[in-house]
Ligand binder design. Structure first.
Ligand SMILES: Nc1ncnc2c1ncn2[C@@H]1O[C@H](COP(=O)(O)OP(=O)(O)OP(=O)(O)O)[C@@H](O)[C@H]1O
Ligand SMILES: *[C@@H]1O[C@H](CO)[C@@H](O)[C@H](O)[C@H]1NC(C)=O
Ligand SMILES: *[C@@H]1O[C@H](CO)[C@@H](O)[C@H](O)[C@H]1NC(C)=O
Ligand SMILES: *[C@@H]1O[C@H](CO)[C@@H](O)[C@H](O)[C@H]1NC(C)=O
Ligand SMILES: *[C@@H]1O[C@H](CO)[C@@H](O)[C@H](O)[C@H]1NC(C)=O
Ligand SMILES: *[C@@H]1O[C@H](CO)[C@@H](O)[C@H](O)[C@H]1NC(C)=O
Ligand SMILES: *[C@@H]1O[C@H](CO)[C@@H](O)[C@H](O)[C@H]1NC(C)=O
Length: 669
């Protein structure tokens, strides 16, 4: 009997010894842990203590009891455990409450609370010595009621949540012994080692990132004999709880051993964490995706808007009939680029029709002048453009080359060669210091005569300039006079309200028969050329305000000088003495001749060129020639009424609408 009892005892003892608990889970695929609360295994073998829910607890315990004490003398065996965990939170700096490794007298700790209680205790038993609970908490929230040191710490709890020992999460680097912070809720996998040394009666807790081997220096070390706390048989496991932040607590692998080193986890076999925590993915879905959608829609919309704006900005009108004019048609975009967006800095002048901008063509680097003419109606546009193109074919060294055009809604852009020295008038009047000497003036005069002659007679068809005047003579780089704006003056009228249709040309340059009939002929150009000659020789405007009541009519004045027998008196005093008297006289006399009120009495441009070149002598002018034609009469009749009705400023390069001119004229007669 006794023998049998001893055998049984021996068996029991040997069984107990043989059953020193020792287990390892590299993932929990086929394990039989006992789960409580919301704890679950995921399909890939993660122990998911909590899912994304509020104020819940989740627990998992090794199903069998573990014998912690030597039944002979009641001392607690050494034990060791290690596990890998991860906490994945909705927010990067906020999470649920944490995870605890727990040694408890029961599986599942019934009646305990979630949130700050970590599923370990409740209001009534917290801190109670009868609990027989030892836990290592990985606490992610600072609960002042339990004197937590911060919201990211590791603590050893005995029978209550007020830790017996705690320290901020981190580890001492081997070698340097430097402390490295760790963030428990970073979502990174970390490994914990808990070791109780039965002989020393000391508990060590060590934490490290998954890729760092167990640091030699533990994070926490608590000297305490656990024999009064632990029962003989205890359960080991994990408890976790969520609060008001959606958090998932995962355990990836776990090993435990009584009386010895816990087996090392095989990290490569651990199950994978969800790639982005489900919360993160849903954040991506709820914030990221809409954001991406919205921004891509915005991008698309602004892209479309940009293209529409760009299209509108550079929109131009091109019709089928224009296609043959290809080489003469400019792209608006090119002109826009050339003139730097029609910047004011590039503005070189403004005339009666529009502004003129300087520019450099992007591809050819050719310097151009772009004249913007507003043009409301499409009426007559076809003829207009045909005319522009045919004028573009005119080529003469004394003409400003018209390179082409561009059409926009309500606007026409004419492209010319750029004349670096600007228009002649500013050398004659505006700048008293900068002037041209006689040689230069005479060259300009001969050039303009030659250009006008080319327009009248040397080309396939007669082109009437209609607006010869000093401000339409531009000077190129070598100070050659070049006629600008030829032929187009008439065309500007297309589409204008007939009430405001102007007689094209400029007052003071308009031949009397032109104002009367409204018809331009080569001889009306000659008349204007005459006014131009006097202008250049005298350095005065054709009609110049002398005083509020009196205007000087240049022709009258030159005539009176001539009549007195001293025509040279009329010459520009700015010329000084550096002039050729015969040439000045020739120019002044020719000016008078061309200004004859009777068109038939005026020379043609061919004759003008010949006179100026000295090929044929200027006919002797008698007072009869001029006065019989009624030079003075012409001007009185033609312009006095204007002079009465309009302030003299209007005369300065301005022109009137024909209806006004006509009514004034008829009223005057
Ligand atoms: N091809 C060009 N190169 C350089 N400057 C130019 C060119 N064309 C015109 N300009 C400048 O622009 C100014 C305005 O020219 P525009 O021909 O529009 O007016 P205008 O001849 O003075 O008056 P209107 O329009 O009544 O004939 C000129 O005075 C001249 O300074
Ligand atoms: C969390 O787990 C509980 C219990 O398994 C379940 O009822 C609940 O729907 C889960 N919640 C989420 C967000 O997965
Ligand atoms: C328990 O303690 C007794 C006496 O100190 C010792 O002889 C025995 O080996 C111990 N048992 C174990 C399993 O360590
Ligand atoms: C129990 O026995 C172990 C050795 O087996 C010894 O280390 C320990 O100190 C003993 N405990 C007590 C309370 O005597
Ligand atoms: C979390 O971080 C954000 C920015 O990093 C900060 O504005 C917020 O106050 C933090 N919240 C807490 C509870 O620390
Ligand atoms: C507190 O927890 C203990 C142990 O789990 C349990 O026995 C007790 O009933 C709980 N008390 C309350 C009030 O829930
Ligand atoms: C580590 O954390 C503590 C408090 O948590 C902080 O004072 C310290 O600056 C941190 N050190 C580093 C290197 O981040």
């Amino acid at each position: 009997m006794c023998f049998r009892f001893t055998v049984l005892l021996a068996l029991l003892i040997s069984f107990a010894a043989a059953c020193d608990v020792d287990f390892i889970y590299n993932g929990f695929r086929s394990s039989k842990l006992s789960l409580d609360g919301i704890a679950k295994f995921t399909s890939n073998g993660l122990l998911k203590l909590t899912n994304e829910t509020w104020r819940q607890k989740g627990q998992a315990f090794y199903p069998n009891p573990v014998n912690f004490k030597n039944s002979t003398n009641g001392s607690v065996f050494s034990f060791a455990t290690t596990f890998v965990f991860a906490i994945i939170s909705e927010y990067p700096n906020l999470s649920g409450h944490g995870i605890a490794f727990v040694i408890a007298p029961t599986r599942g700790l019934p009646g305990t609370l979630p949130s700050q209680f970590l599923g370990l205790f409740n209001d009534s038993n917290n801190g109670n010595a009868a609990n027989h609970v030892v836990a290592v908490e990985l606490d992610t929230i600072q609960s002042n009621e339990f004197a937590d040191i911060n919201e990211n710490h590791v603590g050893i709890d005995i029978n209550g949540l007020k830790s017996d020992k705690s320290f901020p999460a981190g580890y001492y680097e081997d070698g340097t012994r430097q402390f490295r912070n760790l963030t428990l809720i970073s979502g990174q996998r970390m490994q914990v080692w808990v070791e109780y040394h039965g002989l020393e009666k000391r508990m060590d807790v060590t934490l490290a990132p998954i890729n760092v081997p167990k640091p030699k220096t533990p994070l926490l070390s608590l000297s305490r004999d656990l024999s009064s706390i632990l029962n003989n048989e205890m359960y080991v496991g994990f408890s976790s709880s969520t609060g008001s932040v959606l958090t998932s607590h995962y355990v990836l692998g776990w090993s435990f051993k009584i009386n010895g080193q816990a087996q090392e986890l095989t990290l490569s076999q651990l199950p994978k964490l969800p790639r982005l925590g489900r919360k993160k993915r849903s954040r991506f879905l709820t914030i990221g995706l809409p954001l991406i959608l919205v921004s891509s829609v915005l991008a698309a919309v602004s892209g479309v808007a940009y293209f529409i704006r760009r299209k509108r900005k550079f929109a131009e009108v091109v019709e089928d009939w224009e296609l043959e004019y290809g080489p003469h048609r400019f792209k608006y975009k090119d002109l826009y680029v050339a003139t730097k967006g029609f910047k004011d800095k590039e503005l070189v002048g403004a005339g009666g029709f529009g502004r003129v901008y300087r520019g450099v063509l992007p591809t050819s680097k050719l310097e151009i002048a772009v004249k913007r003419v507003s043009h409301e109606s499409r009426q007559g546009m076809k003829e207009f453009v045909a005319e522009i193109v045919s004028i573009g074919r005119l080529r003469h060294r004394n003409l400003v080359q018209l390179l082409g055009y561009c059409r926009r809604k309500g606007e026409l852009l004419l492209v010319y060669d750029y004349m670096p020295n600007g228009s002649l008038d500013k050398y004659l009047y505006d700048q008293p210091n900068v002037t041209l000497n006689w040689r230069q003036r005479f060259r300009v005069i001969k050039g303009v005569a030659s250009g006008l002659f080319y327009l009248h007679e040397e080309w396939d068809q007669v082109v009437i300039h209609r607006d010869v005047k000093a401000s339409n003579v531009l000077l190129d780089g070598e100070l050659n006079g070049r006629l600008g704006d030829f032929g187009l003056a008439r065309l500007y009228d297309h589409g204008k309200d007939p009430q405001t249709t102007r007689i094209v040309g400029t007052l003071g340059y308009l031949a009397p028969e032109h104002t009367r009939t409204g018809k331009a002929t080569p001889l009306t150009d000659v008349f204007a050329f005459g006014a131009f000659l006097l202008e250049v020789a005298c350095g005065r405007r054709p009609i110049q305000a002398q005083s509020p009541t009196e205007d000087v009519i240049l022709i009258d004045w030159v005539y009176s000088c001539w009549y007195k027998g001293d025509i040279l008196e009329a010459k520009d005093p700015k010329l000084g003495t550096d002039y050729v008297a015969e040439e000045v006289e020739l120019v002044l006399k020719l000016g008078l001749l061309c200004s004859h009120s009777e068109p038939e009495a005026r020379p043609t441009m061919r004759q003008c060129v010949q006179f100026l070149e000295g090929d044929i002598p200027l006919p002797e002018i008698s007072s009869l020639t001029l006065s019989s034609g009624g030079l003075a009469f012409a001007h009185r009749e033609g312009f006095d009424d204007f002079a009465m009705s309009y302030t003299s400023s209007i005369y300065k390069g301005f022109s009137q609408s024909s209806s006004v001119a006509e009514s004034l004229l008829s009223g005057g007669r």
